[in-house]
Write a protein that binds this ligand. Structure first.
Ligand SMILES: Nc1nc2c(ncn2[C@@H]2O[C@H](COP(=O)(O)OP(=O)(O)OP(=O)(O)O)[C@@H](O)[C@H]2O)c(=O)[nH]1
Ligand SMILES: Nc1nc2c(ncn2[C@@H]2O[C@H](COP(=O)(O)OP(=O)(O)OP(=O)(O)O)[C@@H](O)[C@H]2O)c(=O)[nH]1
Ligand SMILES: [Mg+2]
Ligand SMILES: [Mg+2]
Lengths: 291, 271
C-alpha cells in the first residue's frame, strides 16, 4: 500500500540489482522532495533522512537478495516508527474527565469539540460542552447550534473574561447535568501572542484538564512545528487532532509533530459534518505523506 | 548534490533552508536558487534573492478599482481562512473612504455563520442581507445586489461558506453564485477574491489553481501574517499565477488589514 504511494522512486529502484550508495542517495533526494512537498518540516526531513540513510547503506540492504525491497521496507519502518505503530484511542475511560481544545485561529476547534462530544457519546459517555471564546462574534452560538444537533448540553457562556468564575460555574453545571466528560472549546490564538497565551494559561489553571488537544489544520505548513512547541511550552499538549484531511493536503505536519512532541494523534477531521471524525491510522497517513 | 552532504558550501544551504522554512516549497526553492546562480551573482546571495522575490511580487501589487455602483466583491476560500473576518475589515476600509457598504450572508450552511457576519454588520452599522439556514446562497447574493441597487449602496460584499477546492459540487455552487449575481447586475461580481490562510503550506498553490480554474479569481487576500507564518507560499503562487494580492490580514480586529506591499512582505520573510 505504501509502495503504491512512493510510486516512481521505488519502481525505479526495483530495476536495479545491487543498490550503490549513489543510487540510494538519488532515491533519498527524491524522497526528501516528496516529504517537503507534503509540508513536513525541513529539519525533521533532514534528521529523518539521516536515520534512513544510515540503515540503507548498511548490511541490511547490502547483503539482501532483494535490496530494493529491503530499502522500501526501511523507509516504511522508519516512517511508522515516528508516526506510531497503531492508532491510540482517546481513553473514553470511566472517571470524570475534562478535555481542553486549543490551536490557531480557524483550525477547526469548535467543530472538533462537537465531533468529539458525539464520538464520546457513542462510547457511552455523557458530554457537556463549554465554549470559552470571548472574542469571536457568535462563537457561543456556533457551539450551541452544534450541541443542539447532537443533543448535548452547552454552557451559556456570555463572553465574560472572569475565567475562574466561568469555569467554576461551567463545571457545576456539568455536574448538575450528570455529565462525566467536559469538553472546553477555546478561542483561536497564535502561540506568539503572549497576552492570549496568558489567557489560555488562566483558563487551564481554572479547569485543570486531563487532556489538552492541539487542533491543527491538516494543511498547515512549516510553522506547525513552532506552533506545537509554543502551545506545549505554554500549557502542555497531551494529544493532537489533525483537521480538514478530507482535502488533498498531504498532512506532513503530522510527521513533524510526532517527531517533536511525541504525543498521540488521536483523530483526523475528514469533513464539516459532526460525524466526520476518524480515528488516526498511522499507516494510512504514511502512504499519504509519501505521496 | 547529496541530500545529507553539503551543497556549494553552507551559504547556499542556509539560503535553501531559509526558503523552505517559509513554505516556498522544494520545487520553487530550487527554481529560485538556480535562477540566481545563472545571473552570475555579485554580492551576497540573500540580497539577490530578496531582490528577485520582491520584483516577482511587485507585479501583484494593485489598488482596488471601484468601477461601478454597486461594486460587488465575492469572497471565497477554503474553511477557516478568514473570509468572514476579512469582509468586516474590507467593509470598514470602504466606510472610512466614505462609501456605503452592504453585506450578503451567503454562508447558509455553517453553524453560526450568519450570526457571525450579522454581528460585524451591526458593529459597523451597515445592512446585512440574510437567509434561512440551508437557503440557496445564490439567491441571497441576488437579493443583496437588488437591495444595494434600490438603496443606492456603493459596495456589496458577499460572504460564502468555506469549502475545499477538491469538492466539485461545492465549487459549482460558487459558479452559480457568480451566474446569479450577474442576473441582478451584468458585471457582478466585479471581483472574486480568494482568501488564503498565511499559515498553510504548499496546498495554497493548489487552492489558487482550483479556485482560479473554476471562478477566474480576480484578487487574493492573505490572512494571519501576524503570527509566526510568513506566507512564503505566495512566492510559489506568484511563479504560476498573476493574480493581484490586494490585502494582508494581520489580526482579528477591523483595523488589522493592510494593502499588500512586496517590500514589506520580503522584509518580514527572512526576519
Ligand atoms: N472540510 C473540513 N472542514 C472542517 C473540518 N473541521 C472543521 N472544518 C471547517 O473549518 C472551518 C473552521 O472551523 P471552526 O470549528 O470554526 O474553527 P475554530 O478553530 O473553532 O476557529 P476559531 O474559533 O475562530 O479559532 C469551518 O468552516 C468548519 O466547518 C474538517 O475536518 N474538514
Ligand atoms: N490572527 C489572525 N486571525 C485571523 C485573521 N483573519 C481571520 N482570523 C481569525 O481566523 C478565524 C476564522 O476566521 P473566519 O472569518 O471565521 O474564517 P472563514 O474563512 O469565514 O471561516 P469559514 O466560514 O468557517 O470557512 C477567526 O478566529 C478570525 O478571528 C488574521 O489576519 N489574523
Ligand atoms: Mg472556534
Ligand atoms: Mg465564514
Amino acid at each position: 500500500k505504501l509502495t503504491e504511494g512512493f510510486g516512481s522512486v521505488f519502481g525505479r529502484l526495483r530495476g536495479y540489482g545491487k543498490l550503490s550508495e549513489r543510487t540510494i542517495d538519488e532515491a533519498l533526494v527524491e524522497i526528501r522532495r516528496n516529504l517537503l512537498e507534503a509540508d513536513v518540516h525541513y529539519s525533521v526531513v533532514k534528521d529523518w533522512l539521516a536515520s534512513v540513510r544510515e540503515r540503507a547503506i548498511g548490511k541490511e540492504v547490502g547483503e539482501s537478495f532483494t535490496p530494493a525491497e529491503q530499502f522500501i521496507k526501511i523507509v516504511y519502518e522508519e516512517l511508522i516508527s515516528v508516526l506510531g505503530k497503531e492508532p491510540v484511542e482517546l481513553e473514553p475511560g470511566s472517571g470524570r474527565k475534562t478535555i481542553l481544545l486549543v490551536g490557531l485561529q480557524g483550525s477547526g476547534k469548535t467543530t472538533t469539540t462537537a465531533k468529539l462530544a458525539r464520538y464520546l457519546q457513542k462510547k457511552g459517555r455523557h458530554p457537556y460542552l463549554v465554549p470559552i471564546d470571548p472574542r469571536r462574534p457568535a462563537a457561543t452560538e456556533q457551539l450551541q447550534v452544534l450541541g443542539k444537533k447532537i443533543n448535548v448540553p452547552v454552557f451559556p457562556y456570555d463572553g465574560s473574561l472572569k475565567f475562574k468564575k466561568v469555569c467554576r460555574q461551567a463545571l457545576e453545571e456539568a455536574e448538575g447535568e450528570g455529565a462525566d466528560v467536559v469538553l472546553v472549546d477555546s478561542a483561536g490564538r497564535m502561540e506568539i501572542d503572549s497576552h492570549l497565551i496568558e489567557e489560555l494559561q488562566e483558563i487551564c489553571r481554572a479547569i485543570q484538564p486531563q487532556e489538552v488537544l492541539l487542533v491543527l489544520d491538516g494543511m498547515t505548513g512549516q510553522v506547525a512545528l513552532s506552533v506545537a512547541k509554543g502551545f506545549r511550552e505554554a500549557i502542555g499538549i497531551t494529544g493532537i487532532v489533525l483537521t480538514k484531511m478530507d482535502g488533498d493536503a498531504r498532512g506532513g505536519a503530522a510527521l513533524s509533530l510526532r517527531a517533536t512532541l511525541e504525543k498521540p494523534i488521536y483523530f483526523m477531521g475528514v469533513g464539516e459534518k459532526v460525524e466526520e471524525l476518524e480515528v488516526f491510522y498511522p499507516d494510512r497517513l504514511a502512504s499519504r505523506i509519501l505521496g | 548534490k547529496g541530500v545529507v552532504s553539503k551543497g556549494k558550501g553552507t551559504t547556499l544551504e542556509s539560503v535553501r533552508e531559509a526558503l523552505l522554512a517559509v513554505d516556498v516549497g522544494p520545487q520553487v526553492t530550487e527554481q529560485l536558487l538556480s535562477r540566481l546562480q545563472e545571473q552570475n551573482h555579485r554580492g551576497p546571495l540573500l540580497e539577490k534573492l530578496r531582490e528577485a522575490i520582491r520584483s516577482d511580487l511587485k507585479k501583484l501589487e494593485r489598488a482596488v478599482s471601484v468601477r461601478e455602483k454597486p461594486f460587488v466583491i465575492l469572497f471565497v476560500g477554503v474553511n477557516g481562512v478568514g473570509k468572514t473576518t476579512t469582509i468586516a475589515k474590507v467593509a470598514h476600509g470602504f466606510q472610512k473612504e466614505g462609501r456605503s457598504v452592504l453585506l450578503a450572508a451567503a454562508d447558509t450552511f455553517r453553524a453560526g455563520a450568519t450570526g457571525q457576519l450579522k454581528t460585524w454588520a451591526d458593529r459597523l452599522q451597515i445592512p446585512c442581507v440574510m437567509g434561512q439556514e440551508g437557503a440557496d446562497p445564490a439567491s441571497i447574493a441576488f437579493q443583496a445586489i437588488e437591495s444595494a441597487k434600490a438603496k443606492g449602496m456603493d459596495v456589496v460584499l458577499i460572504d460564502s461558506a468555506g469549502r475545499l477546492h477538491t469538492e466539485a459540487p461545492l465549487m459549482d455552487q460558487l459558479k452559480k453564485i457568480q451566474r446569479v449575481s450577474a442576473k441582478a447586475l451584468p458585471q457582478a461580481p466585479h471581483e472574486t477574491w480568494l482568501v488564503l490562510d498565511g499559515t498553510l503550506g504548499i496546498n495554497t498553490v493548489e487552492q489558487v489553481r482550483q479556485f482560479q480554474k473554476a471562478l477566474s479569481v480576480s484578487g487574493l487576500v492573505i490572512t494571519k501574517l501576524d503570527g509566526s507564518a510568513k506566507g512564503g507560499s505566495l512566492i510559489a503562487v506568484a511563479q504560476s499565477f498573476q493574480i493581484p494580492v490586494y490585502f494582508v490580514g494581520i489580526g482579528e480586529t477591523l483595523e488589522a488589514l493592510i494593502p499588500f506591499s512586496s517590500e514589506e512582505f520580503v522584509r518580514s520573510l527572512f526576519l
